[in-house]
Structures are given as C-alpha cells and as structure tokens.
Design a protein around this ligand. Structure first.
Ligand code: PMV
Length: 334
C-alpha cells in the first residue's frame, strides 16, 4: 500500500483593502485586487494523508466531524489537486483551527492555505509560492494571501478561464518602516448568519452601491501602496477603514440587505473614534462578521486593547502582529 502524508501550518490574514465580489464563481476570480496583513495568531494546522485503500475522502476536525458543507468544500478542493496531480487516490484530512471558525476572523483563509500546502505535498505536486497562492484561491479567495507573511497583495488578474486563473495570485508587499499590530475585539464568536460566499453574490447581483465601491477601491489600493511605502500608519489606517466601511455599505444596499454589524461592533467602533480623538492612531476594519479588528502601531497596542476591552459587549481581546506565510510542518495531533 502506498501512503504519503504532509502537515502544514498557515495563519489568517485580515484585508486592509477588501476582496468583495467575484467575476468568476467557480475559479474564485475577484472583481478587485485586495491587500492584507497576515497575522501571528489563530493558526490552522492541517494534515493530509493520501492512501490507495481509501474508498472516499475522510475529513475530521479537532472537535469531531465537520459540517457537510465544510466537508464538501474540502472534497471539491481535493478534486482540483487530484486533477493537477493525475492521481485519483482519496485522502484523510485532519484540520485543527485555533481561532473561532466562521466568525469573520479569516478561518477560511488560514484553512485553505494550510490545506493547499499540505495536500500539494501529500499528492507530490512541486509548486512554487505563486502556484500555491493560485491553488489556495480555489478553496477560498482570501486564502491566496495567507500563503505569504506580512503585507500581501492579491492581484485580481486579467480575463476569465485560464487567463484569469494564471494571472490571479498574491505576492508580498514591502513596508519596512511599519511596526503594526492588529487588535482583535471579539464581540460574538458564533457562526455568521450569511456566509461570505452568499453575501458576496447577493451584493454583486443586487447592490446599487457595488460598482461605486469597486471604483473607489482602485483608488484606495493605489493610495495604500503609497502609504505603505512611506511607512505612514495613519494614512494606512484611514484608507483601510474607509475601504472596509465602504464594503459594508455595499452589503447594506443589497436586496435583501446583509448586515454583519452587531451592537458590540458599534461600541468598539465608537471606542476607536474616541481613541483617535485622544491622539492614538487607531483604525477599524471588519469582515463578514461582527468582530472588529483595530490597526495601530505595536507600541499603542496595549492602550488600544484596554480601550476596546472596556465595552460590555467585548468578550475577548487579542493582539496580533505580522505573522509568517504558510509552511510545511506543525502538529495537528491526529
Ligand atoms: O475568502 P472568503 O470567501 O472567505 O471571503 C473573504 C471576504 C472578506 O473577509 C470579507 C474580505 C477579505 O478580503 O478577506
């Protein structure tokens, strides 16, 4: 019997210029380019064991059996890899996620980045970083960015089908003068009511505010590059905050509206405004969930963490700093 096994570790990333909307649903080709920061908390460790005696893929998580929807996504992703490797053996996948799942904290980004690296290894595919980024994108768009550490841009690419697929990948962006932290305020760790996949589709199809945000996002990305190159944290933060709030505005304009803000999100957003009024450079971003992430300088992170912890709704606060890209290795304690 032939068995091959690889374990990989990846970290989530939080977008400062958001990915919201696909131009191709199957290949996960985005409408816009996006830019993120990979974190050093909430790692996912995934082990893939390929064996020729398995009748079907088996997917397990630390807390037992995952949902059918999760398993179906993993199997669909393995089918992509099996096609690339011309190898139809089935696999056992065990994945351990150390952050909250499905709560807008980028668990799908770390999850599919770790799965891409582990499954590519187990199926014997020798892929460079760019190819791994394109592959991870097939699982979840934002996962393309978690292949790299630090600041990362995911290029939307050009065209559709193969042309789109080969040109849509992530790569690192230098910002040597910045020493940022991202303070994560958990106001609700539950699973989101509407998946990002469904919310994106509804926004693209029905929101009159989608195209204006797409246009604004191009400017935001351009300005973000200048701000990163200049090491200008307040500018980085302002651009990130306006881009995120604009993304949520597109969802509020969808029919029916998608609203991820909870009362606790509003309280934390208020604290961020107060911090700025008090002279602390702190800027908020939110994803497909109610939790708020606050960008600041690492030296201000304790102050920011204390301020956002003060609201009644904040359940937990964690401080993240830039983390590494996806790697082979780690322990999933199967
Ligand atoms: O990659 P997905 O399908 O989980 O979508 C992620 C979308 C946002 O987190 C809201 C924005 C982003 O760029 O990460």
């Amino acid at each position: 019997m032939s068995v091959s096994e690889t374990t990989a570790t990846a970290y989530p990333n939080i977008a400062l210029i958001k990915y919201w909307g696909k131009r191709d649903e199957a290949l996960h080709l985005p409408v816009t380019s996006s830019l993120s920061l990979t974190l050093d908390i909430f790692a996912t460790v995934t082990d893939v064991r390929v064996a020729d005696d398995l009748p079907a893929d088996v997917v397990t998580t630390a807390d037992g059996s995952p949902s059918r929807a999760f398993t179906a996504k993993v199997v669909a992703f393995l089918d992509v890899i099996r096609g690339m490797a011309s190898d139809d053996r089935r696999a056992r996948v065990h994945t351990v996620n150390t952050g909250p799942t499905g709560a807008g904290l980028a668990s799908s980004a770390s999850g599919f980045a770790a799965l891409a690296v582990a499954a590519a290894g187990a199926y014997g595919l020798d892929l460079d970083r760019r190819a791994l980024s394109r592959l991870a994108r097939r699982g979840s768009g934002s996962a393309s960015r978690s292949i790299y550490g630090g600041f990362v841009q995911w290029h939307r690419g050009d065209g559709l089908d193969t042309a789109g697929d080969v040109s849509s990948y992530a790569e690192p962006v230098d910002a040597p003068q910045l020493d940022p932290a991202l303070v994560v305020a958990l106001v609700d760790a539950g699973e989101k009511a509407v998946t990002s996949r469904e919310a994106m589709r509804r926004t693209v199809e029905t929101s009159p505010f989608f195209q204006p945000w797409v246009d604004a996002s191009k400017t935001d990305l351009h300005d973000m590059h200048s701000a990163l190159a200049a090491g200008d944290l307040p500018a980085v933060g302002e651009i990130a905050e306006r881009n995120a709030l604009g993304m949520h505005a597109t969802m509020l304009g969808a029919r029916p509206a998608v609203r991820y803000f909870a009362p606790g999100s509003m309280r934390v957003l208020d604290r961020v405004v107060e911090l700025r009024a008090a002279g602390v450079a702190a800027y908020a971003t939110m994803d497909a969930g109610p939790n708020v992430k606050v960008l600041c300088d690492r030296r201000d992170s304790a102050k920011v963490a204390a301020a956002v912890a003060e609201t009644d709704e904040t359940m937990q606060v964690m401080v993240a700093t830039p983390g590494p890209g996806a790697v082979v290795g780690g322990t999933s304690d199967r």
